[in-house]
Design a protein around this ligand. Sequence first.
Ligand code: NA7
Length: 561
Amino acid sequence: MQDYSFDDVMKGRGSKDAPLDTLIVGAGMAGLYALYHMRERGLSAVVWEAGDGVGGTWHWNRYPGCRVDIESVEYCYSFSDELQQEWEWTERYAAQPELLRYFNHVADRFDLRPSIALNTRVESAIFDEASGLWKVTSENGDVAFARFCIMATGFLSAPNQPQFKGMEDFEGEQYHTAFWPREGVDFSGKRVAIIGTGSTAVQAIPLLAQQASHLTVFQRTPPFAVPLRNCEMPREYLEKVRAEYPEWRRREREESFGGWVAVNFEYADLVTKSALEVSEEERLALYEDRWKSGGLAMYNIYPDTVADPEANATITSFLQEKIRARVDDPEIAELLTPKGYPALTKRLCCDTNYYETYNRDNVTLVDISQDAIDHISKKGVVVAGKEYEVDAIVFATGFDALSGALLRFDIRGRDGVQLKDHWSDGARTALGLMASGFPNMFLLDGPGSPCPLFQPILLSEDQVRWVGDCISYLDGEGRSTIEPTSGFEDDWLDLCSTALNATLFPQANSWYVGANIEGKGPVGLAYFGGINNYWDHCRTSADNGYAGFTLGTKTASAMAK
Ligand code: NA7
Protein backbone atom coordinates (compact mmCIF):
# COMPACT_ATOMS: atom_id res chain seq x y z
CA MET A 1 0.00 0.00 0.00
CA GLN A 2 1.40 3.35 -0.99
CA ASP A 3 -0.34 6.60 -0.18
CA TYR A 4 0.35 9.72 -2.19
CA SER A 5 0.93 13.28 -1.09
CA PHE A 6 -1.72 15.89 -1.75
CA ASP A 7 0.53 17.54 -4.31
CA ASP A 8 1.06 14.26 -6.16
CA VAL A 9 -2.65 13.61 -6.28
CA MET A 10 -3.50 17.10 -7.46
CA LYS A 11 -0.49 17.66 -9.73
CA GLY A 12 -1.59 19.92 -12.57
CA ARG A 13 -5.24 19.26 -11.83
CA GLY A 14 -8.19 21.21 -10.59
CA SER A 15 -7.24 24.79 -11.38
CA LYS A 16 -9.82 27.28 -12.58
CA ASP A 17 -8.39 27.14 -16.08
CA ALA A 18 -8.06 23.36 -16.10
CA PRO A 19 -10.78 22.13 -13.79
CA LEU A 20 -11.27 18.53 -12.80
CA ASP A 21 -14.28 16.80 -14.27
CA THR A 22 -15.22 15.41 -10.87
CA LEU A 23 -14.13 16.05 -7.34
CA ILE A 24 -15.41 13.35 -5.01
CA VAL A 25 -15.68 14.00 -1.28
CA GLY A 26 -15.05 10.88 0.80
CA ALA A 27 -13.08 7.68 0.25
CA GLY A 28 -15.57 5.29 1.79
CA MET A 29 -17.49 2.60 -0.05
CA ALA A 30 -19.34 5.06 -2.31
CA GLY A 31 -16.41 7.38 -3.02
CA LEU A 32 -14.02 4.59 -4.00
CA TYR A 33 -16.42 3.24 -6.57
CA ALA A 34 -17.25 6.72 -7.83
CA LEU A 35 -13.56 7.31 -8.47
CA TYR A 36 -13.20 3.99 -10.28
CA HIS A 37 -16.28 4.57 -12.40
CA MET A 38 -15.53 8.17 -13.40
CA ARG A 39 -12.07 7.12 -14.47
CA GLU A 40 -13.49 4.24 -16.50
CA ARG A 41 -15.60 6.81 -18.32
CA GLY A 42 -12.49 8.79 -19.16
CA LEU A 43 -13.38 11.61 -16.77
CA SER A 44 -10.76 13.12 -14.52
CA ALA A 45 -11.49 12.46 -10.87
CA VAL A 46 -9.90 12.91 -7.49
CA VAL A 47 -11.12 12.09 -4.01
CA TRP A 48 -10.59 14.29 -0.99
CA GLU A 49 -10.78 12.33 2.23
CA ALA A 50 -10.68 13.72 5.75
CA GLY A 51 -9.21 10.58 7.32
CA ASP A 52 -5.73 9.18 6.95
CA GLY A 53 -7.01 6.07 5.24
CA VAL A 54 -9.75 4.79 2.96
CA GLY A 55 -12.81 2.78 4.02
CA GLY A 56 -15.10 5.40 5.56
CA THR A 57 -17.26 3.79 8.23
CA TRP A 58 -14.80 0.94 8.60
CA HIS A 59 -11.89 3.32 8.93
CA TRP A 60 -13.43 5.30 11.78
CA ASN A 61 -15.46 2.73 13.75
CA ARG A 62 -12.99 0.49 15.54
CA TYR A 63 -14.79 -0.16 18.81
CA PRO A 64 -14.80 -3.69 20.29
CA GLY A 65 -17.23 -5.97 18.49
CA CYS A 66 -17.60 -3.75 15.42
CA ARG A 67 -18.77 -5.83 12.47
CA VAL A 68 -21.27 -5.67 9.62
CA ASP A 69 -24.72 -7.21 10.13
CA ILE A 70 -25.40 -7.91 6.46
CA GLU A 71 -23.76 -11.12 5.22
CA SER A 72 -20.22 -10.54 3.93
CA VAL A 73 -20.98 -12.22 0.59
CA GLU A 74 -23.63 -9.57 0.03
CA TYR A 75 -22.03 -6.58 1.73
CA CYS A 76 -19.40 -6.05 -0.95
CA TYR A 77 -19.03 -4.54 -4.39
CA SER A 78 -20.70 -6.15 -7.36
CA PHE A 79 -19.04 -4.09 -10.11
CA SER A 80 -16.13 -6.46 -10.61
CA ASP A 81 -16.78 -10.16 -10.84
CA GLU A 82 -13.04 -10.83 -10.46
CA LEU A 83 -13.15 -9.03 -7.14
CA GLN A 84 -16.22 -11.01 -6.03
CA GLN A 85 -14.51 -14.23 -6.99
CA GLU A 86 -11.15 -13.58 -5.42
CA TRP A 87 -11.89 -12.01 -2.03
CA GLU A 88 -11.85 -14.69 0.68
CA TRP A 89 -14.37 -13.69 3.32
CA THR A 90 -13.42 -15.43 6.54
CA GLU A 91 -16.63 -14.91 8.51
CA ARG A 92 -20.32 -14.97 7.73
CA TYR A 93 -20.43 -11.37 8.99
CA ALA A 94 -17.08 -9.67 8.53
CA ALA A 95 -15.53 -7.83 11.44
CA GLN A 96 -14.21 -4.28 11.05
CA PRO A 97 -10.54 -5.23 10.46
CA GLU A 98 -11.49 -7.53 7.59
CA LEU A 99 -13.77 -4.90 6.04
CA LEU A 100 -11.01 -2.33 6.31
CA ARG A 101 -8.62 -4.76 4.59
CA TYR A 102 -11.21 -5.28 1.87
CA PHE A 103 -11.60 -1.57 1.08
CA ASN A 104 -7.83 -1.12 1.15
CA HIS A 105 -7.52 -4.05 -1.22
CA VAL A 106 -10.02 -2.40 -3.57
CA ALA A 107 -8.01 0.83 -3.49
CA ASP A 108 -4.85 -1.09 -4.39
CA ARG A 109 -6.31 -3.55 -6.85
CA PHE A 110 -7.88 -0.82 -8.97
CA ASP A 111 -4.95 1.54 -8.51
CA LEU A 112 -7.12 4.19 -6.91
CA ARG A 113 -4.62 5.58 -4.41
CA PRO A 114 -2.79 7.98 -6.74
CA SER A 115 -6.10 9.87 -7.03
CA ILE A 116 -6.97 10.00 -3.33
CA ALA A 117 -5.81 12.91 -1.20
CA LEU A 118 -5.92 11.72 2.40
CA ASN A 119 -5.92 14.03 5.45
CA THR A 120 -7.82 16.52 3.31
CA ARG A 121 -11.02 17.55 5.06
CA VAL A 122 -13.27 19.74 2.94
CA GLU A 123 -14.03 23.05 4.58
CA SER A 124 -16.21 24.51 1.83
CA ALA A 125 -17.64 23.71 -1.56
CA ILE A 126 -18.91 26.80 -3.32
CA PHE A 127 -20.57 27.01 -6.73
CA ASP A 128 -19.04 29.79 -8.77
CA GLU A 129 -21.76 31.02 -11.10
CA ALA A 130 -19.44 32.91 -13.42
CA SER A 131 -17.38 29.88 -14.34
CA GLY A 132 -20.04 27.25 -13.61
CA LEU A 133 -17.46 25.42 -11.50
CA TRP A 134 -17.35 24.17 -7.94
CA LYS A 135 -14.58 25.69 -5.88
CA VAL A 136 -13.61 23.28 -3.15
CA THR A 137 -11.36 24.31 -0.27
CA SER A 138 -9.84 22.06 2.35
CA GLU A 139 -9.13 22.87 5.98
CA ASN A 140 -5.45 22.81 5.01
CA GLY A 141 -6.11 25.71 2.64
CA ASP A 142 -5.92 23.67 -0.57
CA VAL A 143 -8.20 24.81 -3.37
CA ALA A 144 -9.46 22.95 -6.43
CA PHE A 145 -12.05 23.60 -9.14
CA ALA A 146 -14.26 20.93 -10.62
CA ARG A 147 -17.17 20.77 -13.06
CA PHE A 148 -19.00 18.28 -10.86
CA CYS A 149 -18.88 17.66 -7.16
CA ILE A 150 -19.87 14.23 -5.90
CA MET A 151 -20.65 14.03 -2.19
CA ALA A 152 -19.81 10.55 -0.95
CA THR A 153 -19.76 11.72 2.64
CA GLY A 154 -21.59 8.77 4.17
CA PHE A 155 -25.01 8.43 5.74
CA LEU A 156 -23.84 7.28 9.17
CA SER A 157 -20.64 9.27 9.40
CA ALA A 158 -21.46 12.38 11.43
CA PRO A 159 -21.28 11.16 15.04
CA ASN A 160 -23.92 12.39 17.46
CA GLN A 161 -22.18 13.56 20.62
CA PRO A 162 -24.77 14.74 23.15
CA GLN A 163 -23.45 17.58 25.27
CA PHE A 164 -24.12 16.63 28.88
CA LYS A 165 -23.63 19.23 31.54
CA GLY A 166 -20.28 18.75 33.28
CA MET A 167 -18.64 16.53 30.63
CA GLU A 168 -15.52 18.64 30.75
CA ASP A 169 -15.20 18.06 34.51
CA PHE A 170 -15.09 14.29 34.27
CA GLU A 171 -11.71 13.05 35.52
CA GLY A 172 -11.77 9.70 33.74
CA GLU A 173 -11.51 8.75 30.08
CA GLN A 174 -14.23 9.50 27.49
CA TYR A 175 -14.66 7.79 24.14
CA HIS A 176 -17.16 7.99 21.29
CA THR A 177 -17.45 4.66 19.49
CA ALA A 178 -17.10 6.38 16.11
CA PHE A 179 -13.70 7.87 17.08
CA TRP A 180 -12.19 4.80 18.68
CA PRO A 181 -8.44 4.99 19.31
CA ARG A 182 -6.55 3.00 16.72
CA GLU A 183 -4.41 1.28 19.34
CA GLY A 184 -7.55 0.08 21.17
CA VAL A 185 -8.43 0.67 24.79
CA ASP A 186 -7.67 -1.63 27.71
CA PHE A 187 -10.51 -1.47 30.22
CA SER A 188 -9.14 -4.27 32.43
CA GLY A 189 -9.86 -3.55 36.07
CA LYS A 190 -11.83 -0.40 35.21
CA ARG A 191 -15.39 0.64 35.92
CA VAL A 192 -16.94 1.61 32.62
CA ALA A 193 -20.18 3.38 31.70
CA ILE A 194 -21.74 3.09 28.27
CA ILE A 195 -24.45 5.49 27.13
CA GLY A 196 -26.73 4.21 24.36
CA THR A 197 -28.15 0.82 23.42
CA GLY A 198 -28.35 0.93 19.59
CA SER A 199 -26.59 -1.43 17.18
CA THR A 200 -23.17 -0.13 18.14
CA ALA A 201 -23.67 -0.58 21.88
CA VAL A 202 -25.28 -3.98 21.37
CA GLN A 203 -22.07 -5.10 19.66
CA ALA A 204 -19.74 -3.49 22.17
CA ILE A 205 -21.46 -4.27 25.49
CA PRO A 206 -20.75 -8.03 25.66
CA LEU A 207 -17.04 -7.44 25.03
CA LEU A 208 -16.75 -4.46 27.36
CA ALA A 209 -18.42 -6.51 30.10
CA GLN A 210 -15.83 -9.26 29.67
CA GLN A 211 -12.98 -6.82 30.17
CA ALA A 212 -14.17 -4.16 32.60
CA SER A 213 -14.35 -4.78 36.31
CA HIS A 214 -17.86 -3.36 36.14
CA LEU A 215 -20.02 -2.12 33.27
CA THR A 216 -22.96 0.23 33.77
CA VAL A 217 -25.29 0.57 30.78
CA PHE A 218 -27.46 3.69 30.49
CA GLN A 219 -30.49 2.77 28.40
CA ARG A 220 -32.99 5.36 27.15
CA THR A 221 -34.90 3.13 24.72
CA PRO A 222 -34.51 -0.65 24.71
CA PRO A 223 -33.79 -1.96 21.21
CA PHE A 224 -35.10 -5.12 19.59
CA ALA A 225 -32.00 -7.25 19.17
CA VAL A 226 -31.86 -10.63 17.46
CA PRO A 227 -28.99 -13.12 17.43
CA LEU A 228 -26.50 -12.50 14.64
CA ARG A 229 -25.27 -16.11 14.58
CA ASN A 230 -21.92 -15.24 13.13
CA CYS A 231 -19.59 -18.11 12.29
CA GLU A 232 -16.53 -18.89 10.22
CA MET A 233 -17.42 -18.63 6.54
CA PRO A 234 -18.46 -22.11 5.40
CA ARG A 235 -16.28 -22.85 2.38
CA GLU A 236 -19.05 -24.50 0.39
CA TYR A 237 -21.35 -21.50 0.99
CA LEU A 238 -18.75 -19.04 -0.29
CA GLU A 239 -18.24 -21.22 -3.39
CA LYS A 240 -21.96 -21.57 -3.94
CA VAL A 241 -22.56 -17.81 -3.80
CA ARG A 242 -19.58 -17.14 -6.05
CA ALA A 243 -20.96 -19.54 -8.64
CA GLU A 244 -24.37 -17.88 -8.46
CA TYR A 245 -23.40 -14.23 -8.03
CA PRO A 246 -25.25 -12.84 -11.07
CA GLU A 247 -28.52 -14.26 -9.80
CA TRP A 248 -27.83 -13.20 -6.18
CA ARG A 249 -27.11 -9.66 -7.28
CA ARG A 250 -30.20 -9.54 -9.45
CA ARG A 251 -32.37 -10.68 -6.60
CA GLU A 252 -30.69 -8.32 -4.15
CA ARG A 253 -31.37 -5.42 -6.48
CA GLU A 254 -34.87 -6.33 -7.56
CA GLU A 255 -36.48 -8.36 -4.85
CA SER A 256 -35.08 -7.33 -1.56
CA PHE A 257 -33.32 -4.71 0.44
CA GLY A 258 -30.19 -5.08 -1.67
CA GLY A 259 -28.28 -7.40 0.55
CA TRP A 260 -30.68 -9.09 2.86
CA VAL A 261 -31.45 -12.02 0.63
CA ALA A 262 -29.60 -14.68 2.57
CA VAL A 263 -31.50 -16.79 5.04
CA ASN A 264 -30.07 -19.97 6.47
CA PHE A 265 -27.26 -19.77 3.90
CA GLU A 266 -29.78 -19.78 1.07
CA TYR A 267 -31.78 -17.23 -0.85
CA ALA A 268 -34.80 -16.15 1.10
CA ASP A 269 -38.06 -16.98 -0.54
CA LEU A 270 -39.69 -13.70 -1.28
CA VAL A 271 -42.72 -13.48 1.01
CA THR A 272 -45.51 -11.39 -0.44
CA LYS A 273 -48.37 -12.46 1.82
CA SER A 274 -49.82 -10.57 4.70
CA ALA A 275 -48.85 -11.81 8.15
CA LEU A 276 -52.57 -11.93 8.87
CA GLU A 277 -53.39 -14.16 5.92
CA VAL A 278 -51.73 -17.21 7.39
CA SER A 279 -52.45 -19.32 10.45
CA GLU A 280 -50.69 -18.48 13.68
CA GLU A 281 -48.86 -21.78 13.45
CA GLU A 282 -47.50 -21.02 9.99
CA ARG A 283 -46.55 -17.49 10.99
CA LEU A 284 -44.72 -18.53 14.14
CA ALA A 285 -42.88 -21.26 12.24
CA LEU A 286 -41.61 -18.66 9.76
CA TYR A 287 -40.60 -16.23 12.52
CA GLU A 288 -38.77 -19.05 14.28
CA ASP A 289 -37.01 -20.01 11.05
CA ARG A 290 -35.86 -16.44 10.43
CA TRP A 291 -34.82 -15.99 14.06
CA LYS A 292 -32.73 -19.16 13.88
CA SER A 293 -31.17 -18.00 10.62
CA GLY A 294 -29.86 -14.92 12.41
CA GLY A 295 -29.27 -11.30 11.58
CA LEU A 296 -31.58 -9.16 9.52
CA ALA A 297 -33.49 -12.14 8.16
CA MET A 298 -36.34 -10.99 10.41
CA TYR A 299 -36.92 -8.15 7.95
CA ASN A 300 -37.24 -10.53 5.04
CA ILE A 301 -40.68 -11.57 6.03
CA TYR A 302 -44.36 -10.57 5.58
CA PRO A 303 -44.14 -7.06 4.12
CA ASP A 304 -47.08 -5.70 6.09
CA THR A 305 -45.17 -6.16 9.35
CA VAL A 306 -43.72 -2.69 8.65
CA ALA A 307 -47.00 -1.14 7.56
CA ASP A 308 -49.95 -2.60 9.42
CA PRO A 309 -50.15 -2.35 13.23
CA GLU A 310 -51.97 -5.64 13.61
CA ALA A 311 -49.51 -7.50 11.40
CA ASN A 312 -46.63 -5.84 13.22
CA ALA A 313 -48.02 -6.83 16.61
CA THR A 314 -47.43 -10.47 15.70
CA ILE A 315 -43.69 -10.00 15.19
CA THR A 316 -43.37 -7.51 18.04
CA SER A 317 -44.73 -10.00 20.57
CA PHE A 318 -42.63 -12.81 19.08
CA LEU A 319 -39.46 -10.79 19.56
CA GLN A 320 -40.46 -9.58 23.02
CA GLU A 321 -40.84 -13.18 24.19
CA LYS A 322 -37.44 -14.08 22.75
CA ILE A 323 -35.85 -11.29 24.77
CA ARG A 324 -37.54 -12.23 28.03
CA ALA A 325 -36.39 -15.82 27.62
CA ARG A 326 -32.72 -14.80 27.53
CA VAL A 327 -32.56 -12.79 30.75
CA ASP A 328 -32.55 -14.46 34.19
CA ASP A 329 -33.86 -11.58 36.32
CA PRO A 330 -37.50 -10.84 35.37
CA GLU A 331 -37.22 -7.17 36.37
CA ILE A 332 -34.16 -6.63 34.19
CA ALA A 333 -35.84 -8.61 31.43
CA GLU A 334 -38.79 -6.21 31.52
CA LEU A 335 -36.50 -3.19 31.31
CA LEU A 336 -34.76 -4.74 28.31
CA THR A 337 -38.00 -5.58 26.53
CA PRO A 338 -39.06 -2.78 24.19
CA LYS A 339 -42.60 -1.56 24.48
CA GLY A 340 -44.37 1.41 23.04
CA TYR A 341 -42.99 1.25 19.52
CA PRO A 342 -43.37 -1.37 16.80
CA ALA A 343 -40.56 -3.86 16.19
CA LEU A 344 -38.54 -3.28 12.99
CA THR A 345 -39.21 0.48 12.95
CA LYS A 346 -36.00 1.25 14.76
CA ARG A 347 -33.35 -0.70 12.92
CA LEU A 348 -33.08 -4.21 14.33
CA CYS A 349 -29.86 -4.73 16.25
CA CYS A 350 -27.96 -7.95 15.74
CA ASP A 351 -26.30 -9.37 18.80
CA THR A 352 -23.87 -11.92 20.06
CA ASN A 353 -24.67 -12.68 23.72
CA TYR A 354 -26.15 -9.23 24.30
CA TYR A 355 -29.02 -10.18 26.58
CA GLU A 356 -27.02 -12.89 28.35
CA THR A 357 -24.53 -10.18 29.31
CA TYR A 358 -27.13 -8.80 31.73
CA ASN A 359 -27.00 -12.13 33.60
CA ARG A 360 -23.42 -11.32 34.67
CA ASP A 361 -22.68 -10.00 38.16
CA ASN A 362 -20.53 -7.16 36.87
CA VAL A 363 -23.19 -5.51 34.69
CA THR A 364 -25.77 -2.95 35.85
CA LEU A 365 -28.59 -1.64 33.68
CA VAL A 366 -29.77 1.88 34.42
CA ASP A 367 -33.11 2.85 32.92
CA ILE A 368 -33.00 6.50 31.86
CA SER A 369 -36.28 6.49 29.97
CA GLN A 370 -38.00 8.55 32.68
CA ASP A 371 -35.09 10.33 34.36
CA ALA A 372 -32.55 11.43 31.77
CA ILE A 373 -28.86 11.75 32.59
CA ASP A 374 -28.74 14.88 34.69
CA HIS A 375 -25.06 15.62 34.34
CA ILE A 376 -21.59 14.15 34.27
CA SER A 377 -19.72 14.72 37.51
CA LYS A 378 -15.98 14.54 38.17
CA LYS A 379 -16.42 10.90 39.06
CA GLY A 380 -19.19 9.60 36.87
CA VAL A 381 -22.74 9.81 35.58
CA VAL A 382 -25.55 11.32 37.64
CA VAL A 383 -29.17 10.25 37.17
CA ALA A 384 -32.04 11.25 39.50
CA GLY A 385 -29.59 12.39 42.16
CA LYS A 386 -27.62 9.13 42.11
CA GLU A 387 -23.98 9.18 41.07
CA TYR A 388 -22.62 6.14 39.22
CA GLU A 389 -18.86 6.32 39.74
CA VAL A 390 -16.81 5.12 36.79
CA ASP A 391 -13.30 5.34 35.37
CA ALA A 392 -14.37 5.64 31.74
CA ILE A 393 -17.44 6.67 29.75
CA VAL A 394 -18.20 5.28 26.30
CA PHE A 395 -20.67 7.25 24.17
CA ALA A 396 -22.47 4.91 21.76
CA THR A 397 -24.91 7.64 20.88
CA GLY A 398 -25.20 7.17 17.15
CA PHE A 399 -25.12 9.54 14.22
CA ASP A 400 -26.79 12.54 12.68
CA ALA A 401 -27.78 10.31 9.79
CA LEU A 402 -28.13 11.02 6.07
CA SER A 403 -28.04 14.82 6.05
CA GLY A 404 -25.66 15.28 9.00
CA ALA A 405 -22.34 14.90 7.21
CA LEU A 406 -23.39 17.34 4.47
CA LEU A 407 -24.25 20.02 6.99
CA ARG A 408 -20.93 19.88 8.82
CA PHE A 409 -19.10 21.87 6.18
CA ASP A 410 -19.98 24.91 4.14
CA ILE A 411 -21.78 24.05 0.90
CA ARG A 412 -23.11 26.97 -1.16
CA GLY A 413 -25.04 26.84 -4.39
CA ARG A 414 -26.52 29.55 -6.59
CA ASP A 415 -26.70 33.07 -5.14
CA GLY A 416 -24.45 31.95 -2.31
CA VAL A 417 -27.31 30.03 -0.68
CA GLN A 418 -26.01 27.65 1.96
CA LEU A 419 -27.20 24.06 1.98
CA LYS A 420 -27.98 24.41 5.68
CA ASP A 421 -30.42 27.22 4.86
CA HIS A 422 -31.92 25.35 1.95
CA TRP A 423 -32.45 22.45 4.36
CA SER A 424 -33.46 24.50 7.39
CA ASP A 425 -36.87 22.75 7.48
CA GLY A 426 -35.34 19.35 6.75
CA ALA A 427 -33.28 17.86 3.95
CA ARG A 428 -34.88 18.18 0.52
CA THR A 429 -33.60 16.57 -2.63
CA ALA A 430 -34.80 15.28 -5.97
CA LEU A 431 -34.41 11.50 -6.27
CA GLY A 432 -32.04 11.65 -3.32
CA LEU A 433 -29.41 12.62 -5.89
CA MET A 434 -29.43 16.41 -6.22
CA ALA A 435 -30.69 19.52 -4.46
CA SER A 436 -32.37 22.44 -6.16
CA GLY A 437 -30.08 25.48 -6.46
CA PHE A 438 -26.96 23.31 -6.22
CA PRO A 439 -26.10 22.62 -9.85
CA ASN A 440 -23.76 19.75 -10.69
CA MET A 441 -23.61 18.54 -7.11
CA PHE A 442 -24.53 14.87 -6.76
CA LEU A 443 -25.25 13.02 -3.54
CA LEU A 444 -24.57 9.32 -2.95
CA ASP A 445 -26.49 7.39 -0.27
CA GLY A 446 -27.97 10.75 0.64
CA PRO A 447 -31.22 12.04 2.11
CA GLY A 448 -34.24 11.28 -0.05
CA SER A 449 -32.64 8.06 -1.30
CA PRO A 450 -33.75 4.59 -0.22
CA CYS A 451 -30.40 4.12 1.45
CA PRO A 452 -31.48 3.29 5.04
CA LEU A 453 -33.55 0.36 3.82
CA PHE A 454 -31.16 -0.84 1.14
CA GLN A 455 -27.65 -2.20 1.07
CA PRO A 456 -25.62 0.99 0.74
CA ILE A 457 -22.80 -0.43 -1.38
CA LEU A 458 -25.15 -1.66 -4.11
CA LEU A 459 -27.23 1.50 -3.97
CA SER A 460 -24.20 3.74 -4.36
CA GLU A 461 -22.89 1.61 -7.24
CA ASP A 462 -26.15 2.13 -9.09
CA GLN A 463 -26.33 5.80 -8.18
CA VAL A 464 -22.77 6.34 -9.40
CA ARG A 465 -23.76 4.84 -12.76
CA TRP A 466 -26.77 7.16 -12.92
CA VAL A 467 -24.44 10.10 -12.22
CA GLY A 468 -21.93 8.89 -14.83
CA ASP A 469 -24.69 8.53 -17.43
CA CYS A 470 -25.95 11.98 -16.54
CA ILE A 471 -22.52 13.59 -17.01
CA SER A 472 -22.07 11.79 -20.34
CA TYR A 473 -25.49 13.02 -21.43
CA LEU A 474 -24.67 16.61 -20.51
CA ASP A 475 -21.35 16.44 -22.31
CA GLY A 476 -22.94 14.83 -25.34
CA GLU A 477 -25.60 17.51 -25.50
CA GLY A 478 -23.19 20.36 -24.87
CA ARG A 479 -24.91 21.21 -21.59
CA SER A 480 -22.89 22.57 -18.73
CA THR A 481 -25.17 22.25 -15.73
CA ILE A 482 -27.99 20.19 -14.32
CA GLU A 483 -30.12 20.92 -11.28
CA PRO A 484 -33.57 19.86 -10.18
CA THR A 485 -36.43 22.33 -10.42
CA SER A 486 -37.80 23.32 -7.06
CA GLY A 487 -41.13 21.83 -8.15
CA PHE A 488 -39.51 18.44 -8.72
CA GLU A 489 -37.84 18.70 -5.33
CA ASP A 490 -41.20 19.50 -3.70
CA ASP A 491 -42.78 16.54 -5.45
CA TRP A 492 -40.01 14.22 -4.32
CA LEU A 493 -40.31 15.40 -0.75
CA ASP A 494 -44.06 14.79 -0.91
CA LEU A 495 -43.47 11.31 -2.29
CA CYS A 496 -40.97 10.60 0.49
CA SER A 497 -43.43 11.80 3.13
CA THR A 498 -46.35 9.88 1.65
CA ALA A 499 -44.32 6.68 1.40
CA LEU A 500 -42.99 7.11 4.93
CA ASN A 501 -46.44 7.78 6.35
CA ALA A 502 -47.75 4.60 4.78
CA THR A 503 -45.39 2.71 7.08
CA LEU A 504 -45.00 2.38 10.83
CA PHE A 505 -41.49 3.88 10.80
CA PRO A 506 -42.55 7.33 12.10
CA GLN A 507 -43.74 5.63 15.27
CA ALA A 508 -40.19 5.16 16.55
CA ASN A 509 -37.65 7.83 17.41
CA SER A 510 -34.92 6.54 15.16
CA TRP A 511 -32.25 7.90 12.86
CA TYR A 512 -34.32 6.56 9.92
CA VAL A 513 -36.60 9.57 10.34
CA GLY A 514 -34.17 11.97 12.00
CA ALA A 515 -35.96 11.68 15.33
CA ASN A 516 -32.77 10.80 17.23
CA ILE A 517 -31.48 14.36 16.78
CA GLU A 518 -33.18 17.19 18.60
CA GLY A 519 -35.23 19.39 16.28
CA LYS A 520 -34.68 17.21 13.20
CA GLY A 521 -37.52 14.72 12.81
CA PRO A 522 -39.64 12.82 12.25
CA VAL A 523 -39.29 13.75 8.60
CA GLY A 524 -39.29 12.04 5.21
CA LEU A 525 -35.54 11.79 5.30
CA ALA A 526 -35.41 8.81 2.97
CA TYR A 527 -37.45 7.22 0.21
CA PHE A 528 -39.48 4.38 1.71
CA GLY A 529 -41.42 3.61 -1.48
CA GLY A 530 -39.43 0.52 -2.51
CA ILE A 531 -36.28 0.12 -4.54
CA ASN A 532 -37.97 -0.79 -7.82
CA ASN A 533 -40.17 2.28 -7.67
CA TYR A 534 -37.12 4.37 -6.82
CA TRP A 535 -35.25 3.24 -9.91
CA ASP A 536 -38.38 3.65 -12.04
CA HIS A 537 -38.42 7.32 -11.05
CA CYS A 538 -34.69 7.75 -11.70
CA ARG A 539 -34.79 5.99 -15.08
CA THR A 540 -37.94 7.72 -16.22
CA SER A 541 -36.39 11.09 -15.57
CA ALA A 542 -33.16 10.17 -17.37
CA ASP A 543 -34.96 8.55 -20.31
CA ASN A 544 -36.92 11.77 -20.80
CA GLY A 545 -33.91 14.02 -21.04
CA TYR A 546 -33.70 14.40 -17.25
CA ALA A 547 -37.28 15.43 -16.74
CA GLY A 548 -37.65 17.47 -13.57
CA PHE A 549 -34.20 18.96 -14.01
CA THR A 550 -33.08 22.19 -15.62
CA LEU A 551 -30.14 21.83 -17.96
CA GLY A 552 -27.95 24.88 -18.43
CA THR A 553 -25.88 25.97 -21.38
CA LYS A 554 -22.37 27.22 -21.05
CA THR A 555 -22.03 30.68 -19.60
CA ALA A 556 -20.34 33.23 -21.80
CA SER A 557 -17.21 33.28 -19.66
CA ALA A 558 -17.00 29.50 -19.62
CA MET A 559 -17.50 29.40 -23.40
CA ALA A 560 -14.56 31.71 -23.85
CA LYS A 561 -12.28 29.13 -22.22
P1 NA7 B 1 -28.32 4.43 17.20
O1 NA7 B 1 -28.98 3.21 16.72
O2 NA7 B 1 -28.88 5.74 16.82
O3 NA7 B 1 -28.23 4.32 18.78
C1 NA7 B 1 -27.82 5.40 19.58
C2 NA7 B 1 -28.13 5.09 21.01
O4 NA7 B 1 -27.73 6.20 21.81
C3 NA7 B 1 -29.62 4.90 21.25
O5 NA7 B 1 -29.79 3.91 22.21
C4 NA7 B 1 -30.04 6.27 21.79
O6 NA7 B 1 -31.19 6.23 22.59
C5 NA7 B 1 -28.82 6.62 22.61
N1 NA7 B 1 -28.72 8.05 22.86
C6 NA7 B 1 -28.51 9.04 21.96
N2 NA7 B 1 -28.49 10.23 22.57
C7 NA7 B 1 -28.70 9.99 23.88
C8 NA7 B 1 -28.80 10.83 25.03
N3 NA7 B 1 -28.69 12.15 24.93
N4 NA7 B 1 -29.01 10.25 26.23
C9 NA7 B 1 -29.11 8.91 26.31
N5 NA7 B 1 -29.04 8.06 25.28
C10 NA7 B 1 -28.84 8.61 24.07
O7 NA7 B 1 -26.78 4.47 16.74
P2 NA7 B 1 -25.78 3.25 16.58
O8 NA7 B 1 -24.42 3.82 16.42
O9 NA7 B 1 -25.95 2.27 17.67
O10 NA7 B 1 -26.24 2.57 15.26
C11 NA7 B 1 -26.40 3.32 14.06
C12 NA7 B 1 -26.51 2.41 12.88
O11 NA7 B 1 -25.21 1.92 12.53
C13 NA7 B 1 -27.32 1.19 13.06
O12 NA7 B 1 -28.70 1.38 12.96
C14 NA7 B 1 -26.80 0.29 11.97
O13 NA7 B 1 -27.39 0.63 10.74
C15 NA7 B 1 -25.34 0.63 11.92
P3 NA7 B 1 -32.64 6.39 21.89
O14 NA7 B 1 -32.88 5.10 21.17
O15 NA7 B 1 -32.52 7.56 20.93
O16 NA7 B 1 -33.57 6.66 22.99
